[in-house]
Unconditional design. Sequence first.
Length: 465
Amino acid sequence: MVGDVPYPGPMTSVEARPDQDLAAPASDAYVNDRAHVFHSWSAQAALDPTVIAGALGAKFWDEHGTTWIDFTSQLVNMNLGHQHPRMIQAIKDQAERLCMVAPSFANAERSEAGRLIVEKANLGTNGAVRDDGHFQKVFFTNAGAEAVENAIRMAKAHTGRLKVLSAYRSYHGGTAAAIGLTGEGRRLDNEPSIPGLVKFWGPYAYRSAFHADSPAQESERALRHLRDTVTFEGGNKVAAIILESVVGTNGILVPPDGYLEGVRALCDEFGIVLVADEVMAGFGRTGQWFAWQNWNAQPDLIAFAKGVNSGYVPLGGVVMSAAIAATFDDRVYPGGLTYSGHPLACASAVASIRIFEEEGVLEQARHLGDDIIGPALNDMATRHRSIGEVRGLGVFWAVELVADRDTRAPMDAATMGKVVAACKSKGMWPMMAANRIHVVPPCNAPDDVVREGLAILDDALALAD
Ligand SMILES: Cc1ncc(COP(=O)(O)O)c(C=O)c1O
């Protein structure tokens, strides 16, 4: 591995905002936030949050009317962008019909959301009709971490085994098991977690842990390393391997061809449950319903959240194979949530899936990646010597900035901060993670807005060269 950054640090920078009018009195929203709101993953004293007053489509604005193109989709979850009128209508309609029922009842929205999500999961590579009925049921949660927690719980109960393997370059959520499964630095101050968690290195050709010099070699060596890890941990002790089909926060790492298929084969050989964490990569981000559908590697469990309904109401869940679901036909599932399958959340998921189908959202995500974002970033890489690598697919891209192209030393935090500030001052809100700018607009962002955001990034990168 070449000069790497183990801890990505906070997702948003805290420098003085370019729009900030220091003479203007602070609003109640700002004052009460600073006095009474405790924010995620942050030392609180230095925080200076922008107060968001409104948003529409791929843009949002603050209390003074300063507007930004949203190249973050907030936390890479608003795949349909802000304030989609059909989403708002679906939530309003549902609120008038039925706001809440306990999970033990059935209700129309939860049933329909389950049916639709299973239908999409049962599609094969590139949306081909697979129709093998592999996936059968959905357990609904409130968000991604709970989806991961429950996927692991299901895998352990199904196999009767204890150990779970996950990648060092990963984020799986902030709750006890999910943060223990997480490989990156946010795990460290949360240890010890639950017992039986083991880490491995996944493929990342640009900073190869295996001294590989091609994607094919990276795939083969990463698979050999995973096989060794499984063997030495005891193949019959491992309940699950969990991985992000495309690693998100830790670098938008697109697996080399053959890797996910190899992991699938390894899991089959040892009777291990394969859990795809699709919380960030799922529901259109990579141009498919689920990111693993870009390859031929069907998992046993899918953890989802974020893009299922763009977070209009909190929702996550686990899609379960028929075999794992059957484990709990006559045996009590040892888990549950008051808001499992909340009607407002499920109504918005149904609306979101219909919007995807009727408004060509997967097609737009693929078009943005293939025809606009990919070509533009690759062109920038020929002109900006600060760009070490560009990678991604759909609306899921990373621009990795380096201080030196030969050593691949990561760009320093101060320069990253300057690039971010320049983007914001010109009207685009970027997502920074360690030495990378992630380009992750909504899947349905209009071409011209994405082009405008990319031009702003292009200009800002001059500061890093
Ligand atoms: C891949 C992945 N898994 C799990 C989570 C946790 O999701 P949540 O924050 O909704 O609990 C995230 C959040 O960013 C994620 O990116």
